[in-house]
Ligand binder design. Structure first.
Ligand code: GBH
Length: 488
């Protein structure tokens, strides 16, 4: 063979190798983690002084969770925490993201009474993680509000801002000597905007389009105050970082028409910009402010239903992040839609647009969790462009099935695809993404889907009193990616 032909062949061969195998490596300082949240795993809902949260009440008194499922026992991580740490170790990841149950530490929500058992519980977990070289990452609020604050409206009542910051400050005092990464809120859009649908199903009064925006307004203020407290009183000595986590399902224009392109952007701003823009840029996104103000006016409200920030508040909220926490699960096609009847007062009608998911996208064990890895890459590109390339930590991403099978090839395929999308964003788009967290460490209480949907890297036997955990196949895959820094 002539040299030329050999060269040509080897070129073809290398292109082929690149096609079947992503050539990119995770940088040495890129971190991997696994995640959980208190109500979904802990159980022991009233054990050793723990107070009641809204989720204890919701599962005990409504039927919005199927099969009468509750978190009363869940994975019983209150008793099995040593095994949990062992499992994290087995995955090989760098950190474990978990949340504090506010009412395990402060049963009434007020800091005036400390339940030492709760402090001990989290101290044990943190210490054991550190002994095992696993970094603890704490979420302060993953939806389990103290029930005490519910009748007063919870996040719709401004009193919650101080109550939350008092709690957060105590958490820094108790655990901040060892915890270097803090997340104030998990997915405020879910507990402000989405839960009103959920709550109204449970005959709770939670009118959309008014109360949910109060929640948004108070959460943003509580987040900013917490950030400032940490910055002022703890950062110099504890040397940690703090931010919040926002969920973002990618909105892809349903067609090339200018209307659909605009509709997709409008949806991103309502779903993500509503929270990210005040913190990273300045104030709510203009399109969100304008649309809500305009509809409010037509509806006869003297002011916008979206509470407005004063200039001082805008300045206080801007910049209150050391990184951006991103939870991502799926992607949608978004289309322009006729404006809804002006009589309809709701977040959905303010947001407008219409969305669906393509039948061609592979599905998972949950109807909306379509597998669309390029959606993650587009999100990362969009964040880079919209917010001047902030540090992004992916704080959740994962694959659900309905069986909990140990033979979870589809989860492994999902992870490979979403890891590759992350690698492309790093190496081709120069996005500043520095961590990937897999949801979830183990099968757990999947909120309004009860135990029917399973995201775990570990299977949990919910029939067995011991809640025995068993590694699924994808655990070995995750460990190999962390070790080799590549996805194949
Ligand atoms: C995360 O929320 C949570 O942080 C975590 O606790 C949870 O276990 C995990 O996801 C898995 O669900 O049915 O079309 O109306 C994800 C937020 C929840 C937002 C489901 C979209 C419903 C889409 N997502 N929600 S749809």
């Amino acid at each position: 063979m002539k040299t030329f032909q050999v060269l040509q062949l080897s070129l073809i061969f290398s292109i082929f190798v690149n096609l079947v195998q992503s050539q990119y490596l995770f940088p040495d300082d890129f971190k991997f983690g696994v995640a959980s949240s208190a109500y979904q795993i802990e159980g022991a809902w009233n054990v050793n002084g723990k107070g009641m949260s809204i989720w204890d009440r919701i599962t005990h008194t409504t039927d919005i969770v199927p099969d009468n499922a509750t978190g009363d026992i869940a994975c019983d991580s209150y008793h099995n925490w040593e095994r949990d740490v062992e499992m994290v170790k087995e995955t090989g990841v760098d950190f474990y993201r978990f949340s504090l149950a506010w009412t395990r530490i402060f049963p009434d929500g007020y800091i005036s009474y400390v339940n030492q058992d709760g402090v001990d519980y989290y101290n044990n977990i943190i210490n054991k993680l550190i002994e095992n070289d696993i970094e603890p990452v704490i979420t302060l609020y993953h939806w389990d509000l103290p029930q005490m604050f519910s009748p007063q409206g919870g996040w719709a009542n401004p009193a919650i801002i101080d109550l939350f910051t008092y709690y957060a400050k105590k958490a820094f005092e108790f655990f901040g000597d060892r915890v270097k990464l803090w997340i104030t809120f998990n997915e405020p859009k879910v507990f402000c905007q989405d839960f009103n649908l959920f709550m109204s199903a449970a005959n709770e009064v939670y009118p959309s389009g008014v109360i949910d925006y109060m929640c948004t307004y108070h959460v943003l203020k509580a987040h900013a105050e917490t950030y400032h407290i940490y910055n002022r009183e703890f950062k110099a000595t504890q040397k940690g970082r703090i931010s919040l986590t926002l969920n973002f399902e990618w909105s892809e224009p349903g067609s090339d028409s200018p209307e659909d392109i605009a509709a997709a952007e409008q949806r991103r701003q309502f779903e993500f910009g509503l929270y990210a823009n005040p913190i990273i840029n300045f104030d709510y996104p203009k399109i969100v402010k304008d649309r809500i103000a305009e509809r409010s006016k037509q509806q006869g409200f003297p002011e916008s239903r979206l509470p407005q920030f004063t200039l001082a508040e805008k300045l206080r909220i801007r910049g209150t992040y050391d990184f951006l926490g991103l939870n991502h699960y799926s992607t949608w096609h978004v289309f322009a839609a006729a404006e809804r009847d002006i009589a309809e007062i709701s977040y959905e009608s303010d947001m407008g647009t219409f969305r669906n998911q393509s039948n061609e996208w592979p599905t998972s064990g949950s109807d909306w969790n379509k597998v669309v890895p390029w959606g993650l890459r587009r999100i990362l590109q969009w964040i880079k462009k919209t917010y001047r390339n902030p540090i992004v930590l992916i704080t959740e991403c994962g694959y659900p099935d309905q069986t909990g099978t140990l033979d979870d090839e589809p989860r492994q395929d999902f992870l490979r695809d979403y890891f590759n999308a992350t690698l492309e964003a790093i190496h081709e788009d120069q996005v500043n993404v520095q961590a990937f967290t897999i949801w979830s460490l183990m099968d757990n209480l999947e909120w309004q889907q009860g135990y029917r949907i399973k995201f775990g890297l570990f299977h949990v036997d919910f029939e067995d009193e011991a809640r025995t955990r068993t590694a699924k196949k994808s655990v070995a895959y995750v460990r190999s990616v962390v070790e080799t820094r590549k996805t194949d």
